[in-house]
Design a protein around this ligand. Structure first.
Ligand code: GPU
Length: 822
């Protein structure tokens, strides 16, 4: 049934009215931005009714709700996807055309809400969308950063960071909900007070506090009237007169509180897979966790008198360790505000909270100095001390006399609070994000914990939403697929299997490759416009887009490009299929080596792209400001998907799945979800190279890897490395890239040389790239491979992932929302 609000005449009228009311302008006078706002408000009108209906259905059915706690939600633009999920995209596009408005141009006016860094935040966004589409009651809980992920500018080949003021024009899809304001307290001290019944009451005094005010954003399910909520919290100052009675009249403190509120949610920390350990970050964590739990409990208590029922009605999922203070905050409320005893409170908490691990990399494991922790969160710290004390007794009971175990597993040790240990001890579920990653957790990183709690460990291989990354991002391919196999794939991606029937069909192959070509043209125009580089859409588009990190090995990619260039120069007549290497990546603002890698990529691009002697056979492009909105175009245009992390380091990867969904073929290591992609597509339809994770881990244990041996014995590698430090790519500045060279070879560096085995995997990578070229030359073979990648992508829908979370961890029931007008 179509929503009458999207009937063309009605919708056009609504847009015109909005332009008038918001800006006192006619449509002709309005700017594109103003029209975008007006269109969005028209869409929001429709959403509001479904949103209300969904909330009423929650209450009526008394369904269990999952609260997905995450420091990051990398949502990307909402307008287009909202229209798609409301099944009104085409109608609205046509209606707008009739009044001279181009929907695509309007969509382009929306800032990307970039409240996340990379994979972890984008996963949270896909999960929210799948939860709504599958009909499961859910809240996302996060922070309304005033500045999201920085905008990246490239100047002289260097990355510059510019603030992302995404709220500058107002964001039409958010709703301020001041009636759900809560207080969050920091600092001060804890006073113990004997209460009548023999319990001790603990009271926090002398604290500073802020008001947490939520903004709700609608999360629209596909074609099912369901609208879930993302609550993101803003911080506002508590009025002076609301100062804790203890501090009444303390002016300095009032000012401090105001500053606290002002700074708290200012900016997203731009680190991916790395912790900076800053006090403000811990404040942010406790701030949104405390506010979210207070709101969740308020909702629960509205219709449940018995707090012991909490685990039947609420699940709290912690997206990595960032929200792990949740377990202590829930304990605090149950103990200090609900008046429960420790064992009861623990029973409830440990049946409500669950934890997802997204990395094994040491520098990403959160550990907070007890000095900061106890000063900022005195009561929470006290509770964690008690959790730790009891946990150590449990370890002693399970492994009597094993002193070493206690040291390794303690939650508080060596002056630090280890958040992963807390999450595992207090949660009822610990999951990894791809099969290989979960096995590494169980057998290596978290072995001791797995031995103690085998029943808690489980795997949930990541997934992505096809509604954004195919339906919205690649309209040509979507329409073609629907034409071939029907549109069931939109909500059931395993239906893609039917495409396999067409894999050998010449006509289908041609149509498929023609669509790829159109998408390459679209990206080529984008690159021409934004980078001023001309690329040949008939060349192989070989793409690596993701955060810049040493373990993801953009360096291996660019070293190999340097090697190809050397070969081309030496043998100008060699058989070489034209290739365009495309990069997109943000580096954390303080990550020196990562930023230098960006500079190297751009310097190599400069030299190669301007060398007339190679006839444009090789091009290198660094796309500025890689983000969700341009990602959709990039995936659609890719032939080759670079997934080349050092095996064991990439927990899952999700970009790999988005490429596959759009018919790009993977060149990759047996790492993360690549392993499962290889399993699904079969070895003929993927290019695997490099060491296995077992081999990597073995070398790390034995510390027997010496890249200098490779350097000395492989003349091609030696030549490439010399070019880093002989000024070849740096206008004779021999020192510019010295640190990159050192990171690969110099054992005097703080780390071991070539920590991520770039040189070790180089030959096998370049061999795999030869196989890619060979396969691409055979047009039919390539078309078949690419199509089979799409055909076998079914497993990697976030709908499948979410269903597994529901079945194994959350135990939610689907609800059905009936359309209603209010
Ligand atoms: N991931 Br921890 C991030 O994007 N940021 C982080 O801080 C941490 C993990 C990623 C993993 O690197 C990636 O392999 C995974 O696919 C993604 O989380 C989602 O699970």
């Amino acid at each position: 049934m179509k929503n009458p609000a999207f009937e063309k005449e009605t919708f056009k009228k609504s847009v015109k009215e909005n332009v008038k009311n918001l800006y006192r302008k006619t449509l002709k006078e309005a700017t594109q931005q103003e029209i975008y706002q007006a269109v969005s408000y028209s869409v929001k009108d429709v959403i509001i009714d479904q949103w209300l209906a969904t909330q009423q259905t929650f209450d009526k059915t008394d369904a269990k709700i999952v609260y997905y706690m995450s420091m990051e939600f990398l949502m990307g633009r909402a307008l287009g996807n909202n229209l798609i999920n409301l099944t009104a995209y085409n109608e609205v596009k046509e209606a707008l055309e009739e009044i001279g408005v181009d929907l695509n141009a309007i969509e382009d006016e929306e800032p990307d809400p970039a409240l996340g860094n990379g994979g972890l935040g984008r996963l949270a966004a896909c999960f929210m969308e799948s939860l709504a589409t599958l009909g499961y009651p859910a809240y996302g809980c996060g922070i309304r950063y005033r500045y999201g992920m920085f905008k990246q500018k490239i100047k002289d080949g260097y990355q510059l960071e510019e603030p992302d003021n995404w709220l500058k024009n107002g964001y039409p899809f958010e709703l301020r909900r001041p009636e759900h304001t809560f207080e969050v307290k920091f600092g001060g001290y804890v006073r113990a007070e004997a209460s009548g019944n023999g319990h001790t009451k603990f009271i926090q005094e002398g604290y500073q506090s802020v008001r947490a005010v939520p903004y709700d954003m609608p999360i629209i399910g596909y074609n099912n009237n369901m609208v879930n909520t993302l609550m993101i919290w803003d911080a506002e100052p508590i009025q002076c007169f609301e100062l804790d009675s203890f501090d009444k009249g303390d002016y300095r403190k009032a000012v401090e509180q105001e500053n606290l509120a002002r700074n708290l949610v200012d900016v997203l920390y731009p680190n991916d897979n790395h912790i900076a350990g800053k006090e403000l970050r811990l404040k942010q964590q406790y701030f949104f966790v405390s506010a979210s739990i207070q709101r969740a409990l308020a909702r629960f208590k509205k219709n449940h008198p018995d707090i012991h029922m909490l685990p039947q009605k609420v699940a709290i999922q912690m997206n990595d360790t960032h929200p792990t203070v949740a377990v202590a905050e829930l304990m605090r409320i149950l103990l200090d505000e609900e008046g429960l005893g420790w064992d009861e409170a623990w029973e409830i908490t440990s049946k409500t909270c669950a934890y997802t691990n997204h990395t094994i990399m040491a520098e990403a494991l959160e550990k907070w100095p007890i000095e900061i922790f106890s000063r900022l969160l005195p009561r929470i710290y006290q509770i964690i001390e008690e959790i730790n004390r009891r946990f150590l007794l449990d370890i002693e009971a399970k492994f009597p006399g094993d002193y070493h175990k206690k040291e390794k597993m303690a939650i508080i040790h060596d002056g630090q609070v280890k958040m992963a240990h807390l999450a595992i001890a207090a949660g009822y579920s610990v999951n990894g994000v791809a099969r290989l990653h979960t096995e590494i957790l169980k057998n290596q990183e978290l072995k001791d914990f797995y031995e103690m709690f085998p029943e808690k460990f489980n795997n949930k291989t990541n997934g992505i939403t096809q509604r954004r990354f195919l339906y919205h991002g690649n309209p040509l391919l979507s329409a073609w697929i629907t034409d071939k196999i029907g549109d069931d794939w939109i909500t059931n991606l395993s239906h893609m299997e039917k495409l396999a029937l067409f894999a050998d069909d010449k006509k289908a192959q041609q149509e498929f490759m023609n669509i790829k070509y159109q998408n390459k043209l679209r990206l080529a125009k984008y690159i021409q416009k934004h980078n001023g580089i001309e690329v040949d859409p008939r060349s192989i588009f070989d793409v690596q887009v993701k955060r810049l990190h040493e373990y993801k090995r953009q360096l291996l990619n660019i070293l190999h490009i340097m090697f190809l260039y050397n070969m081309l120069k030496e043998h100008p007549d060699m058989d070489f299929y034209p290739r365009t290497f495309i990069f997109g990546a943000k580096a954390a603002a303080g990550y020196r080596i990562a930023k230098l890698t960006i500079k190297l990529i751009n310097s190599v691009a400069d030299v190669i792209n301007n060398d007339k002697t190679i006839n444009g056979k090789l091009k290198v492009v660094f796309i500025e400001d890689y983000k969700v909105s341009n990602a959709e175009w990039i995936f659609a245009a890719a032939d080759v998907s670079e997934q080349i992390s050092t095996a064991s380091k990439e927990a899952s990867g999700t970009g790999n799945m988005k490429f596959m969904l759009n018919g790009a073929v993977t060149i990759g290591t047996m790492d993360g979800a690549n392993v499962e992609i290889a399993e699904e597509v079969g070895e003929d339809n993927i290019f695997i190279f490099g060491m296995s994770s077992d081999e990597v881990i073995e070398h790390e244990k034995r510390r027997d890897y010496n890249p200098m041996e490779i350097f000395n014995n492989d003349q091609d590698i030696r030549q490439v490395l010399m070019q880093i430090i002989n000024g070849f790519y740096s206008q004779n500045d021999t020192e510019l890239f010295r640190d990159l060279y050192n990171s690969l070879l110099n054992t005097q560096c703080t780390q071991f040389a070539d920590t991520y085995f770039n040189l070790k995997d180089f030959r096998s990578y370049s061999d795999a790239q030869k196989r890619v070229e060979e396969a691409y030359r055979d047009e039919e073979r390539w078309a078949k491979m690419a199509m089979l990648n799409v055909a076998h992508v079914g497993k990697f829908s976030s709908d499948r992932t979410i269903q597994e979370y529901v079945d194994d961890i959350w135990h939610l029931e689907k609800i059905q929302v009936e359309p209603e007008e209010f």
